[in-house]
Design a protein around this ligand. Structure first.
Ligand SMILES: *Cc1c(COP(=O)(O)O)cnc(C)c1O
Length: 347
């Protein structure tokens, strides 16, 4: 086997969804944008629909069209980017629900798809996407007269429970939605963990389903096994990889594995301050030298026999560990995992 294998545990994803669902009285949706954070939206969403999810969220209408094909009729597919120019056919053909985020989009929706369901996205302070309070105040009556299926906003700092921004956005969202009958949604994974004030009617977890922070009780979802291509021993003073950035201080046994930064394994992990490691049977095996495009060199001196594959992601080492070594976040690690992996689903 020459390809690295990414194994995705659909049962763990469903269990994480159920665990997040138990934490609120709200309906628990599922965010499957960016191909379910790189893990395969068709398979992931199908497993979540079987677990009971009825509301899905994608970033773009195109993602919604593909998701509708996978899920069939029934589940609600909400589109965060709303109704962008040219999207009308996709929205109506795949029965998508755009989260309208501006006056321009509301007019486009009413002109091109009168009577078609929609939601509203409000900006409660993040200043990224959604109607601002003044804009909403002007449109509110017209929009509400058409019975939006959801009114949502997004928190900027929900991974930091003590951040004052959380309370400020909660107050802003409450003010903007006072007296509204439509179901309301404010919380992604982080907001679910902030407590019941933040839950409203529908929650929108993404990263927590896939085993990432801030849902630290999540079950691990992703395993990544990378085949060993070659092994060698080097003596003190010899160097490894581009730029000679690592020098052996003793005799070292090395294994070269078949994946690199072209597969989403950030170059910043090479010689990482926290010593990025592969693993075998729970034994940490440090990456040495620079990460190349297709290759990584690993110090396997701790092993008496070198196995056919070394593990980078698994039950004891997750996407957040990699993210810390690479100076990024679990979200980016997951969505970077490359197209060259053989994807395999466990359920
Ligand atoms: C990505 C996203 C989510 C999911 O966020 P997580 O932190 O992954 O749970 C929810 N709502 C919106 C608007 C998003 O963009």
């Amino acid at each position: 086997m020459s390809k690295a294998t990414l194994t995705i545990d659909l049962q763990a994803i469903a269990d994480n969804w159920r665990a997040l669902d138990r934490m609120t009285e709200a309906e628990t949706g599922a965010v499957v944008k960016a191909d379910s954070y790189g893990l395969g939206a068709a398979r992931v969403a199908t497993a979540l629909a079987e677990a009971g999810a009825r509301q899905f969220f994608v970033a773009l209408a195109e993602e919604g069209v593909a998701l509708r094909q996978a899920l069939g009729e029934g589940p609600v597919i909400n589109v965060f980017s709303g109704h962008m120019a040219g999207d009308a056919e996709a929205i109506s053909g795949a029965a998508l629900t755009p989260m309208i985020n501006s006056t321009e989009q509301l007019l486009r929706q009413f002109e091109t798809l009168p009577g078609h369901g929609f939601g509203i996205q409000l900006d409660s302070g993040m200043n990224r996407l959604g109607m601002e309070p003044a804009e909403w105040a002007a449109l509110r009556d017209i929009a509400l007269s058409q019975g939006p299926s959801l009114i949502m906003s997004h928190l900027a700092c929900s991974d930091a429970p003590d951040h004052e921004m959380n309370d400020a956005q909660l107050r802003s969202f409450r003010e903007m939605t006072e007296g509204v009958d439509a179901p309301r949604s404010l919380s992604a994974t982080g907001g679910i963990l902030l407590g019941s004030d933040y839950h409203f009617d529908v929650t929108r977890p993404g990263i927590g389903l896939y085993g990432g922070r801030p849902f630290t009780d999540a079950q691990p979802v992703v395993t990544l096994d990378v085949p060993v291509i070659q092994t060698r021993s080097i003596t003190p003073g010899e160097t490894v990889g581009y730029g000679n950035t690592w020098t052996a201080e003793s005799t070292v046994k090395l294994a070269t594995v078949a994946a690199g930064y072209a597969d989403g394994l950030a170059r910043a992990m090479g010689n990482a301050v926290g010593h990025a490691c592969f693993q075998h049977d729970g034994i940490p095996l440090p990456i040495v030298g620079r990460v190349s495009m297709d290759l990584i060199t690993v110090d396997v001196s701790a092993l008496s026999e070198v196995p056919a594959t070394l593990q980078l992601l698994g039950s004891t080492q997750g996407v957040d560990d990699l993210a810390d070594w690479a100076g990024t976040i679990g979200y980016e690690m997951l969505t970077s995992l490359g197209a060259r992996y053989a994807k395999q689903y466990a359920s």
